[in-house]
Design a protein around this ligand. Sequence first.
Ligand code: UT7
Length: 324
Amino acid sequence: MTGRIIGLGSYLPPRLLTNDDLSKMVETSDEWITERTGIKQRHIADGIEDKASTMACKAALAAVEDAGIDPSEIDLIVAASTTPDLVFPSIACCVQRAVGADGCACFDVNSACPGWVAAYNTVQGFIESGNSKCALVVGAEMLSNYVDWEDRGTCILFGDGAGVAVLKAVEDHPSNRFIMKASAKRGDCLHCETMKQPKRMDEEGFIKSTNMFMAGREVFKFAVTEVPALIIELSEKYGFDLNDVDYFVLHQANQRIIEAVSKRLDQPLEKFPMNIQNTGNTSSASIPILLKEMKDDGRLTPGKKIVFTSFGGGLTWGANYIEY
Ligand code: UT7
């Protein structure tokens, strides 16, 4: 048995922060942000109605509806988040309560931006070993609560949101094909301390936080080197041709990174869907949010061959080759 995605759901909080809004907070401009990242706006959670856990619940309810399943069928929920609003219970437990799947196994994983990829592969392990038949894979982030709103090098990148996939055990479907990696000795270029005090960005002002550190150029170099290498390694390991892949769904971190990967793989940019212009970098939520958008606009149809890949703090990176 292998898990097949039978439903997708996402949630983006209503408040928008545009590049022009940011230029009133730090010394930057719409032109600089657009040229260097491709981002035009990002969604920002209010920290009251919308937090990582509540956004996860909203996306999960949408995913369950999309899948057309009864919540009692769910036997496992794994959530990825680097920005949970609770130390415990886990976001997965919050989701269980919201969707009404009492009794199923629930836990969270943290692998920074590739967290959803890690959660997906964990769930596939449960399914392939016969321990799950129907599971939710959640990615939910409220980065706005952690970024330093006075650091123009990082605060322009991130946005909030959540995305969820429903995986169902099926026969006659390719088994899970993936590679995951980490290099902790190279991890100093991207890290974030736990919050000591709750800090929230509100309508009136932006509270300084010094929790996040990112050496952008170093992370950029890591991404444009390791991501194409990983995709090539994945194709060699599982014996598929990159020309047969319909879409490369990359973590939405920077449009220039995506363009560089397309070039290095010699694959047309049209095969690299993007929504970063509207969402910014939503860390572990970015892949399921994008998959949901592709399903809604008709690009993601049964049988489509997809490579999804993510990279981030750790350093960590991972990629999957799936048939939708
Ligand atoms: O999920 C993974 C998380 N992280 C990433 O994927 C980040 C990957 N890295 C990046 O996306 C890019 O490195 C950034 C978008 C963060 C920065 O772009 P860059 O082209 O690497 O710029 P830079 O950091 O080398 O800075 C170039 C210049 C500097 O000025 P000087 O020293 O040349 O005078 C910066 O001070 O741009 C300046 N700068 C800005 N100017 C206007 C940095 N941030 C800004 C800004 N607005 N927001």
